[in-house]
Design a binder for this molecule. Sequence first.
Ligand code: ADP
Length: 459
Amino acid sequence: MLKRVLIANRGEIAVRIIRACRELDIETVAVYSTADAQSLPVQLATRAVCIGPPRAADSYLNQTAVLTAAVESGCDGVHPGYGFLSENADFADLCARCGLKFIGPSGDVIRRMGNKAAARALMQSAGVPVVPGSDGPVPDAETAAQVAEKIGYPVLLKASAGGGGRGMRRVYDPENLIPAFEEARAEAVACFGDGEMYLEKLILNPRHIEFQILADSQGNVVHLGERDCSIQRRNQKLMEESPSRALTDELRTRMGRDAVQAARACGYEGAGTVEFVLDSAGNYYFIEMNTRIQVEHPITEMVTGLDLVREQLRIAAGLELPVQQEQVNLTGHAIEVRVNAEDPAHDFRPAPGVTRFLHLPGGCGVRVDTALYNGCELSPWYDSLAAKVIVHAPTRLQAIRRMRRALEELVVEGYPTGADLAHMILYHPDYLKGEYDTGFLEQNLESLLRLSRVEEASE
Ligand code: ADP
């Protein structure tokens, strides 16, 4: 087993990783920017090293600073969490060159799956269904227009290096294609420093279904069932559940098998997620693979009873998976709500600040992953995720009821959050029936917000 792991991240995921390490008797080194000097991971880790000023480019993304801290503090492994350097192939290579185990797949695998256009091609050759679209990247807007004519409108323009819904544009009419292409490419250059674009047919009203996989260094690969992440705003996930109401056992088996096939095709090692869109006729298509732990991993932990970060650490140490596919039991139903410090009434604008008062829910089947504590500042420098509330119950309806009461117990004072909106979604008839797709929030946001104003006014 690894002896000392550097956590190249911050916030709730850093806390999550420290917890898994402690249970395995692994020492932890937290790195932090000056904005995070008082943060929970800094206080919980065995040691903490300041690596720079608040700007992520000067601290959490500063590879030299992170690696220097790891080597100087005698670490033998680096856990990148999600975001930041987690899907940076060069960083994974550099870790290996410094004699540090990068907790995730090799740089080569990250490179293979990190370029989404290339990953599509690889999946196609492995027999995994992909959305009809361009053969690889398209060099310019004119070529994109030709491909769009061929596959038929509407289409979705995507950045090969994309993530977090950025560098993506839906196009419904030929006349909008060229301006949308230039806009998306400019956004991709600004966000990722890479303007390579490709395009896919836009699947109308799909569900976002992703499969968690685990792969060890001995070639064993299992999937741990799916997560339905269709409650999204601007292509970003807000609430997730497992299992999905949209999947039959037969469909789960087929999609799971393809997810395992996807992992095998790229020589995967570690925990990863294979993402699909599922159309209303039950056809599914690979969209991308995330080569890291995901924000929404806890719902899979709840239904499988496995600790995914622990498994990441065990795989990194060269150990075999604890289960074979037949031994994976999915039990009950789990839901996660992401509590972001943002204002849904004002276009979800980020609204960080000082946490003046905090009360976290608890009780049977409730878990909260957060780095918040009373009085701590939620920094404006980083993403606005304040807490994740996760529930587990024997049935879906019990899980919904449990989540409602958990959100009713939650108190976060100091800034607005999306918790009330999530609470209202849990009463929506379509959500209750499990009949929703990625367009749900966009279609219902106005009426949900109107309801919340009525509620507020009557208080
Ligand atoms: P990112 O890496 O930026 O998150 P993804 O490729 O994972 O981008 O897509 C993000 C979201 O966009 C998906 O969850 C889904 O809602 C939507 N999406 C992606 N591809 C398609 C498609 N071909 N048709 C319809 N919706 C799509």
